[in-house]
Design a protein around this ligand. Structure first.
Ligand code: FAD
Length: 461
């Protein structure tokens, strides 16, 4: 029983549980499909294993999928992108230190050897909770248990119109767009004969003093002061002005105060102006207005806030101010033990009642936990204890040889912290090729101050 989609046969032999769109049977019982627009992908009469659908191949979703490799279930992982992205190093793509392929791996290749798992490329547009089905732009996928790990995107605090002037950093495309803007600013400054315009072009404002903002500011400062310093004839890239704007009283607010102070000093040594207690009230093509002062700048980068993916809307579920779905201690949606929400999309609480932060270790530990819960359920084993997050520490880097590391009782800053930061990031990258590429890239940059990925793409004069 096959149906042709595009040029391929549907379902392919590896997906025997996929039934025809017009099949009158799901879960072995007749159903009415009504005016459904998309083809159906349903539980099979041939394969009795439970069908686990995971939305999102980021840190949470991919960890869950990998942890289900030996479970007696069929897994379908759906992502709108064909790659898993290591977001903590995105800022290095945006500042020409690494190439996109160094920090991304095809999801299909990562799960190639996992026989119980199918990867589908598609954008999820909704969830039919009553019908237990995920709706994508391509088809309808029926599940027995569902894991939602669709992450978050940047938020502009009701000023979405600022996005065109102040892009955020979340995807590869964002990173290459920011890289283009930064490199073009130097090129246009070299072309200009107007000093004021040159100064505007060589001014960079980063909004938000969290880890991403601090890392971006440090990397742009090093790009200007080192990598580009001798490449131009009409301008001096070292004169570039880099301003980091933070509305709170310190950078890296989630770190201990001593490390925040260390990070601020390290940024200032690199020539970054750190403006604390300063809120942006306007972004436009000419620059920003902060605390009634206009800073003229050609490049503005937004690193000030995130909002969860629209999963709460899909589920019609309770959410917090950042759009995160409220979940119980077992990470399921209230009244729906078959639906798990994890990672940046979920509002889960630590044992002390505080919301868990939107960081990769939370998403990964939650992904591993829901896989254990699912495996225990299908094997008929007793329910697991509630999810408990083990905080291993946080770190941020400032430039090419300084970082701050908070491991709870143990704190570190400077070069040793930077080495630890580098080791941890390489260790957690997916794929040997990427680890090698990143290590070689860093070694080369460390010795030569060069930035190997200085390509202006997506623009032609
Ligand atoms: C620039 C940056 C730097 C960061 N640095 C750090 C750091 O140093 N340390 C740290 O711990 N954390 C860091 N984080 C945070 C960390 O990356 C996130 O907490 C983590 O990625 C959350 O994992 P997740 O699985 O919830 O979501 P993600 O990893 O974002 O994955 C979500 C996945 O869902 C897919 N998806 C989304 N919507 C849909 C849809 N409608 N249909 C289909 N697929 C969809 C996406 O394509 C993506 O693959 C950083 C984040 C950013 C943006």
């Amino acid at each position: 029983m096959t149906e042709t989609i595009g040029n391929g046969l549907f379902p392919p032999p590896s997906m025997p549980w996929v039934e025809r769109r017009d099949s009158p049977i799901k879960y072995g019982v007749p159903v009415s499909l009504g005016a459904e627009a998309a083809p159906a992908c349903t539980t099979s009469r041939l394969d009795p294993r439970e069908h686990i659908v995971i939305i999102g191949g980021g840190f949470g979703g991919l960890t869950a999928a990998l942890a289900l490799r030996h479970a007696p279930v069929r897994v379908t992982l759906i992502d709108r992108r064909n790659y898993h992205l290591f977001q903590p190093l995105l800022y290095q793509v945006a500042t020409a230190g690494l190439s996109p392929a160094d920090i991304a791996s095809p999801i299909r290749a990562i799960l190639r050897c996992q026989r119980n798992t199918t990867v589908l490329l598609g954008k999820v547009t909704g969830i039919d909770v009553a019908g237990k089905a995920v709706l994508t732009d391509k088809r309808r996928v029926v599940y027995d248990q569902l894991v939602i790990a669709t992450g978050a995107r940047h938020a502009y605090f009701s000023h979405e119109e600022w996005e065109q002037f102040a892009p955020g950093l979340k995807k590869i495309d964002d990173a290459t767009d920011i890289r283009r803007r930064i490199l073009l600013a130097f090129e246009w400054a070299e072309n200009s004969t107007d000093e004021r315009e040159q100064q505007r072009l060589l001014s960079f404002v980063i909004v938000g003093g969290g880890p991403t903002g601090v890392e971006m500011a440090g990397a742009i400062a090093e790009l200007a002061r080192k990598a580009l310093s001798t490449d131009f004839r009409n301008i001096d890239p070292r004169s570039a002005r880099i301003v980091l704007v933070e509305s709170g009283s310190r950078v890296l607010a989630s770190f201990p105060e001593t490390l925040s102070a260390v990070a601020k000093r390290a940024l200032e040594r690199l020539g970054v102006e750190v403006r604390l207690g300063t809120r942006v009230s306007c972004c436009d093509p000419e620059g920003v207005i902060v605390s009634n002062e206009r800073i003229e700048a050609d490049t503005i980068i937004w690193a000030a806030g995130v909002v969860a993916s629209p999963a709460a809307k899909w589920l019609d579920a309770e959410k917090d101010g950042a759009g995160r779905v409220v979940v119980g201690r077992d990470l399921t949606l209230e009244g729906h033990p078959e639906i798990f929400v994890i990672g940046d999309t979920a509002l889960a609480k630590a044992t002390n009642g505080k919301p868990l932060p939107g960081i990769a270790p939370v998403a990964k530990q939650q992904g591993a936990y829901v896989a254990r819960v699912i495996a225990a359920r299908v094997r008929g084993r007793p329910a697991l204890a509630p999810f408990r997050y083990r905080h291993l520490g946080t770190m941020a880097t400032i430039g090419r040889k300084s970082a701050v590391v908070d491991l709870g009782k143990f704190r570190l800053s400077g070069f040793l912290a930077w080495l630890l930061w580098g080791f941890v990031h390489v260790y957690f990258l997916v794929g040997f090729r990427n680890r090698l590429a990143v290590m070689m890239g860093w070694l080369w940059a460390y010795i030569t101050f060069e930035r190997g990925a200085r390509l202006i793409t997506g623009h032609e004069t």
